[in-house]
Ligand binder design. Structure first.
Ligand code: ZN
Length: 292
C-alpha cells in the first residue's frame, strides 16, 4: 500500500495527515504553528513515522512558486514574521528525501473541490475562504493557476459601501481591500463584536454579503470560473450564501448570460463539497502528483 503525506500549513495550526492512494486517512495530527525552529522538526518527525512515496503541502502565503526562482518553495512576506523566508518545500524534501509539491492552501483546497468536491466533473473552479483572512485558489483546465505569482483574491480592491461605518477597512497594506473589509477580524473591528456573536438580523450581514458579492462578480467578469465555492468560518453563518447570490445578481445586472445566472446562482455560488477536508485532500492530491 502506497502512502502519501499531506500538510495543511496554517498561520495558527498545522494539520498533518497520511493517506493511502485512494485518499483514506491512515493517521493525522494537529500541531500549533510556533516558530519554524520548533514546528518544522515536529512535523518532519511525524512524517518520518511512515514510509511515504510523496508529500503535498498547501501553505499560507504568499509563496514563491516559480520553479526558475532561487527562492522557489519559500514563504514570502507573511505577517507571521518568524516564517518569512522559510524554504518550506526544500526543508521537507531534504529531510524526508521524497518527491514533494507545494502550493497555496487555497489552491490546494480548490484542487480538491475541482477533483472530488463541489466542482467535480468540471475543468475548474474558484475556491474562496472567508475566515481569519480571505484567500482564493483558482483551478483552470484541471490545474492550479500560477502566473507572475499566484492569485491573491483577499486583496482585491473593492468599492466601499456608502453605509459602511469603516469604509477604509483594516488591511495594513491596502485601503478597502476584500480582506480588510470582509474577513472575520474586519467584521469584529468594525462592529466591536465577533462575527460569531453578531445576531442574524444585524446590518453587518447584508454589508458582508455586498462585499463578498463584489468579489464574486469581479471574479466572474475577469475569470469566468465554472463554479465559485465559498468556505471558511464566516461562511458558516446561515443565510449569508443566499444574500451573496442576491447581491452578485444585482451587481451583474443581467450582463452575463448563462444558465447558472438564470438559475439565480443557486448551483453556481455554493458551499464546499468536502466540508473542512478540502485543504488536506488538496495537499494529498499535490503529493500524489509529486510522486508521479
Ligand atoms: Zn489588503
Amino acid at each position: 500500500m502506497k502512502l502519501y503525506g499531506a500538510l495543511e500549513a496554517g498561520g495558527t495550526k498545522m494539520v498533518l495527515a497520511v493517506l493511502d492512494s485512494c485518499g483514506n486517512e491512515i493517521s493525522r495530527t494537529i500541531l500549533p504553528t510556533l516558530t519554524p525552529q520548533e514546528t518544522l522538526p515536529a512535523m518532519i518527525a511525524f512524517f518520518r513515522e511512515h514510509p511515504l512515496c510523496g508529500l503535498g503541502i498547501g501553505c499560507f502565503g504568499p509563496l514563491d512558486l516559480n520553479p526558475a526562482s532561487p527562492a522557489f518553495g519559500t514563504i514570502l512576506q507573511t505577517p507571521k514574521l518568524a516564517w518569512r523566508g522559510v524554504p518550506i518545500l526544500k526543508a521537507f524534501r531534504e529531510a524526508l528525501d521524497i518527491p514533494a509539491a507545494l502550493d497555496t492552501d487555497v489552491n490546494a483546497a480548490a484542487l480538491a473541490e475541482a477533483k472530488l468536491g463541489a466542482a467535480k466533473g468540471l475543468s475548474g473552479c474558484l475556491y474562496l475562504t472567508v475566515g481569519t483572512g480571505i484567500g482564493g485558489g483558482l483551478i483552470v483546465n484541471g490545474g492550479p493557476v500560477h502566473g507572475l505569482t499566484h492569485p491573491e483574491f483577499g486583496h482585491l480592491l473593492l468599492a466601499p459601501e456608502a453605509d459602511d461605518p469603516a469604509p477604509e477597512g483594516f488591511c495594513p497594506s491596502h485601503a478597502h481591500c476584500a480582506e480588510g473589509l470582509a474577513s472575520g477580524p474586519a467584521i469584529e473591528k468594525r462592529w466591536g463584536i465577533s462575527a460569531r456573536e453578531l445576531p442574524p438580523g444585524h446590518p453587518a450581514w447584508d454589508l458582508e454579503a455586498r462585499y463578498l458579492a463584489q468579489v464574486c462578480a469581479d471574479a466572474m467578469l475577469a475569470l469566468s470560473p465554472e463554479k465559485i465555492i465559498l468556505g471558511g468560518g464566516v461562511m458558516h453563518r446561515e443565510g449569508l450564501l443566499p444574500l451573496i447570490r442576491k447581491h452578485t445578481l444585482r451587481l451583474l445586472n443581467g450582463y452575463i448570460s448563462a444558465p447558472a445566472v438564470e438559475n439565480g446562482l443557486a448551483d453556481y455560488i455554493v458551499s464546499p463539497g468536502l466540508g473542512d477536508r478540502s485543504g488536506i485532500l488538496g495537499a494529498w492530491l499535490l503529493g500524489l502528483s509529486a510522486a508521479g
